[in-house]
Design a protein around this ligand. Sequence first.
Ligand SMILES: NC(=O)c1ccc[n+]([C@@H]2O[C@H](COP(=O)([O-])OP(=O)(O)OC[C@H]3O[C@@H](n4cnc5c(N)ncnc54)[C@H](OP(=O)(O)O)[C@@H]3O)[C@@H](O)[C@H]2O)c1
Length: 295
Amino acid sequence: MTKVWFITGSSRGLGRSLTEAGLAKGDRVAATARNPETLHDLVEKYPDQVFAIKLDVTQRDEVYRSVAYAIDQFGKIDVLVNNAGFGIIGAAEAFTDQQVRSQLETNLYAPIEVTRAVLPQMRKQRSGRILQISSVGGRVGNAGLSIYQAAKFGLGGFSEALAKEVAPLGIKVSCVEPGGFRTDWAGASMTYAREVEGYESSVGARVSFFTSGKYIPMGDPDKAANAMIDLANHPDPPVHLVLGSEAIALLSQADAARQADLKKWLPVSLSTDHQEAVNFLETKEGRAFLNPKTN
Ligand SMILES: NC(=O)c1ccc[n+]([C@@H]2O[C@H](COP(=O)([O-])OP(=O)(O)OC[C@H]3O[C@@H](n4cnc5c(N)ncnc54)[C@H](OP(=O)(O)O)[C@@H]3O)[C@@H](O)[C@H]2O)c1
């Protein structure tokens, strides 16, 4: 069955690939962009399937207006994709206040707001899919990306909680977590903080990595688009879907380090329980609570 999509940031990169793939498959798309002119070719090619809608995701009135327009034209929204976003690199102390706010407004507040705008319709439908284009940087922290990753970790937390909240309504939420993909993300779209002395080996190394021209992301945006279409059609989608080998390598390392720390520091973690809890944990029930696998 064909679906109705609402996609933010359809002008370029992953959002553009996904918009094109959905249309090619016969789906209908509310394709949104800061400059809808960028979607002109798609409107010409698929006049019965696509609306190009102006949406700067940081503008609350545009968010609610574009969602209402899409519902009015298509009668429903089956899949919301919060894709619009950009990267920012630098030392945490070096960003301007404006840079921090603009990053959080675009990559965190905006997807939360677009989700909140679409939810009443999905609740009425008792169905819907929400794909949050987060990042492997929403699961693993790296020097130089503190503010970007604060936004993406935030989006992951919001989405994981939301997935549990809306499951009884027939709505499924997935965080899509790409590693490097060949879009403008690390190139023309990237923004930087001023350089600050002392961070050469951490932040400086990451900046050089991106600006050297030697970084060639491993991911193919068109293949990511196909994976996202499959995800939106899957009856049992995961809450987190990692995309690309880079992301898998990074996350596997980070997960192993987290597990090792959890184990190493377990005595300290457990030492803070109230005596009543200590007594409970010595029972069979208590042991099963702490480690369901031993049950
Ligand atoms: N590519 C990667 O390696 C990678 C990895 C992990 C996560 N991601 C995430 O994937 C998503 C898409 O990025 P991309 O790789 O496709 O990068 P991209 O090629 O730079 O595309 C970014 C898209 O976001 C749009 N956008 C930015 N700010 C916006 C705003 N305020 N309102 C509306 N649209 C806005 C851009 O629109 P304009 O054309 O108007 O600028 C563009 O369509 C982002 O959330 C990014 O963080 C990318």
